[in-house]
Design a protein around this ligand. Structure first.
Ligand code: DC
Length: 227
């Protein structure tokens, strides 16, 4: 069973995906973390976020995913960077380099391989990102497209930054969210968009439990249909 959850930054994808995976005994695959790992490599090597920059850098960049007690960890050239990738700077670089075809091509195979292996092993995966229902797993069993009002998403992101000890104002985060939305939607390759067969879930006024129930219910329906 493959469940994809796509949507803009701050719509609640990762919190929901992680909780759905836990509830169903599946594992969670965070594709954004993989883009962030490559972004960290760009930053550490002072590489330009261009096709030329990627051509020089990418042959020496290896991103992998492993599960430790069913928790996803992301590795850059063998080092666990799961913590180091959670900064605003890395997020901004991830947004830029995720528009490059060579970067997307590099990650696509790994996402499919890890997703396939884990789905086999655990009976299912929940994967989140921007293009997981459109490009990575176009035949997924359940596809969700999560949306939420930009101000609500900014409020959630700000809370997350504060929890992580990062300093930011509401206006800065709102601006960052709006810019990110525009960049993710308007890029030529794998833009953020709802797959035709995805169900839209607006989380603006929903609690996490309601979001999780909604997705779990969809999975149950898909299982009944497949049985
Ligand atoms: O979800 P996130 O903030 O960790 O993602 C970081 C960036 O990676 C985001 O700006 C868009 C990009 N991304 C992508 O292009 N495709 C995905 N499947 C996941 C993330």
């Amino acid at each position: 069973m493959i469940v994809t959850i796509d949507g803009p930054a701050g719509s609640g994808k990762s919190t929901t995906a992680r909780a759905v995976a836990r509830r169903l005994g599946f594992v969670y695959l965070d594709t954004g973390a993989m883009y962030r790992a490559i972004a960290l490599a760009f930053l550490r090597n002072d590489a330009e976020a261009t096709a030329d920059g990627a051509r020089t850098l990418l042959p020496d960049v290896h991103v992998n995913v492993r599960y430790q007690e069913d928790e996803m960890r992301v590795f850059l050239n063998g080092d666990d960077v799961s913590g180091a990738i959670r900064t605003v700077r890395v997020g901004n670089m991830a947004s830029q380099i995720s528009a490059l075809r060579s970067v997307r091509d590099k990650l696509l195979d790994t996402q499919r391989r890890v997703g396939g292996e884990q789905a086999q092993k655990h009976g299912g995966i929940v994967v989140d990102g921007r293009d997981t229902g459109t490009v990575v797993f176009p035949d997924a069993d359940v596809k969700i497209f999560m949306v939420a009002d930009a101000r609500e998403r900014a409020r959630r992101r700000l809370e997350q930054y504060h929890r992580q000890g990062e300093d930011a104002t509401f206006e800065e985060v709102l601006h960052e969210i709006e810019e990110r939305d525009e960049a993710d939607r308007s890029r030529d390759i794998a833009p953020l968009k709802r797959a035709e067969d995805a169900v839209e879930l607006d989380t603006t006024t929903q609690t996490i439990d309601e979001q999780v129930d909604f997705v779990v219910d969809r999975v149950a329906k898909a299982r009944t249909q497949q049985a």
